[in-house]
Design a protein around this ligand. Structure first.
Ligand code: FAD
Ligand code: SF4
Length: 497
């Protein structure tokens, strides 16, 4: 038997030590390694470093004598604490960590936990698709059937797989907040105080540097807190999740979103319990189908798909850069300084990241990511920025979301077209444009919205590629109707200098 079972910092829930689910026997001691070197390699958001350390230390306190909690500089050094005996570990979540554990003869890797679909099941699904492109929508339908989620016999509940059409409503124009009960927020404990003191000391020592605000911890660090957050969401916020999923209100950053990503990614929640609860609430008539389906799609569709394509595409995927974008991120962006831009939407999104290390998916995709794409910033640097700045950012989830979804750096392996738009989309889906010094409909001159001009500039730069994309060809033809295109291109060139 193993002398220890090693828990990574994102394997903190009960499903990672359950013998009935392939976990270690109950008499096997546990090992956790807090590796300070991880924080030295990247300049993380302070709230993210705090959340990870707090969650690990809370878990160690719960496990008591069963766990050996080692503070070390590296994982290798931490493993020395258990000598040469055999150690088991569940499949880690990054290529680097998997390579490391596989390189150690004393470590045996157990199957991954924390996802609905196993690696083998995904491999069979992908093989059955043959040479066809892997699409999230196909995968999602398969997962719904295979896991009997929101199904009526072999048909999707309500007769349609996809209720996105009902879930793209702009925000209500006459309110500043959606008016749903606030999300769950935890109360800090003595462990958080200790973490804060350690992070202060590391900063003073000068070997670890952070970005972002050191605000009170806003996301769950324990299973109990994560369950409270899940139930608050299901009971009070899920009902309105669907309709306004893509909308943004300046004064209501969270709207009806679940804020569960960090808890899922730390392993505090199992995705199965989240989607099953949403289905239960729909079956009991408490929430409409478009909300339950929208939420199930995010977790059973997007989250699972992203996890599997991360492994399927291999480690080289992170270096994809088909659009040959090489510009560096400006300092105001990397420093999370909202003052660095007078684009109201971008400034608000950066401010949210600075404060909480979190925004919902539309500011990530259609403001922060879209801006980076239009400006031609290097995808790998953009991935690194997202990874460091967001509380829920881990390699497996950032690489496909940024390289594939947001920067189109893979040339369309994950999406059928680039996710980017002019200011008109942001104007429709948010209340940012009214007070902005730019105008979403203007593309040239003093009032030119940087998203509108940036959009046309991007289409022009990549005209040849996008002309061959059936979903982009209409948009590209729009370039021919722009009588001020030369002026616009000159303006964009000047802006980028
Ligand atoms: P909700 O809107 O309530 O959605 C429910 C859950 O669905 C989320 O908690 C999350 O677990 C899951 N989910 C939805 N979409 C995705 C997706 N594309 N990939 C993975 N899970 C998804 N999500 C992360 O968890 N970590 C990241 O590092 C991350 N980086 C992103 C970067 C970009 C550029 C984009 C466009 C999206 C990224 N996402 C990431 C996905 C998504 O934006 C966040 O999961 C979501 O905004 C978190 O807020 P929430 O928990 O309130 O989500
Ligand atoms: Fe953003 Fe343009 Fe709207 Fe200003 S006008 S908020 S820059 S989309």
């Amino acid at each position: 038997p193993a002398v220890a079972h090693w828990l990574f910092g994102d394997q903190l829930g009960p499903h990672f030590i359950d013998p009935a689910r392939g976990g270690p026997r109950r008499d096997v001691p546990l090992l956790m390694i807090e590796a300070r070197g991880v924080f030295r390699r990247r300049r993380f958001h302070r709230a993210k470093a705090h959340l990870i350390l707090s969650a690990m230390r809370h878990r160690a306190a719960e496990l008591g004598d069963r766990v050996r909690y080692v503070k070390a500089d590296s994982y290798r050094e931490g493993l020395e604490a258990v000598g040469d005996g055999p150690v088991t570990v569940h499949h880690p979540t990054s290529h680097a960590a998997l390579g490391f554990v596989r390189s150690l003869p004393s470590v045996r890797v157990l199957p991954a936990r924390g996802f609905l679909v196993t690696h083998d099941a995904f491999t069979s699904w992908a093989a059955a698709r043959g040479t066809k492109q892997l699409r999230q929508e196909d995968f999602y339908r398969w997962v719904r059937q295979a896991h009997d989620l929101l199904m009526e016999g072999d048909r999707p509940a309500g007769g349609r797989w996809n209720l996105d059409h009902d879930n793209r409503q702009p925000p209500p124009r006459d309110v500043t907040a959606l008016g749903v009960p606030a999300p769950y927020r935890p109360r800090e404990s003595a462990i958080d105080e200790e973490v804060r003191a350690d992070l202060d000391r590391w900063s003073r020592d000068g070997d670890v540097r952070f970005v972002g605000e050191d605000a009170p911890r806003a996301f769950p660090a324990t299973r109990r807190e994560a369950l409270a957050a899940l139930h608050r969401f299901a009971d009070h916020r899920l009902a309105t999740f669907g309709a306004y999923e893509d909308a943004i209100l300046a004064k209501d950053a969270t709207m009806s979103h679940s804020l569960l990503s960090s808890s899922l990614n730390l392993g505090l929640l199992d995705p199965a319990e989240c989607v099953e609860l949403a289905e239960t609430r729909w079956r009991s008539g408490d929430v409409p189908l478009n909300s339950a389906e929208g939420f199930v799609r995010q977790i059973a569709g997007w989250r699972e798909f992203v996890w599997h394509v991360y492994w399927h595409f291999g480690d080289e995927y992170r270096d994809r850069n088909v659009l040959r974008h090489h510009r560096a991120l400006p300092d105001w962006f990397t420093e999370l300084s909202p003052e660095g831009t007078d684009a109201n939407c971008l400034s608000h999104a950066l401010d949210q990241v600075r404060g909480a290390g979190w925004t919902h998916h539309i500011p990530r995709l259609m403001i922060l990511g879209s801006f980076a794409l239009q400006r031609g910033w290097e995808p790998r640097a953009v991935t690194d920025w997202f990874h460091r700045s967001f509380v829920d950012g881990y390699d497996w989830v950032m690489v496909p979301n940024v390289v594939g979804m947001s920067q189109y750096a893979d040339g369309g392996r994950m999406t059928t077209k680039p996710y980017t738009s002019g200011g008109a989309y942001i104007d429709r889906m948010s209340d940012y444009c009214g007070p902005c010094r730019y105008k979403p409909s203007v593309r040239v001159g003093e009032d030119a919205c940087p998203f509108t001009s940036g959009y046309w500039n991007l289409l022009h730069r990549h005209r040849e590629r996008f002309e061959h994309n059936a979903r982009m060809v209409q948009a590209v033809r729009g370039l021919d109707r722009l009588r001020d295109l030369d002026e616009l291109l000159a303006q964009e060139a000047a802006r980028e200098d």
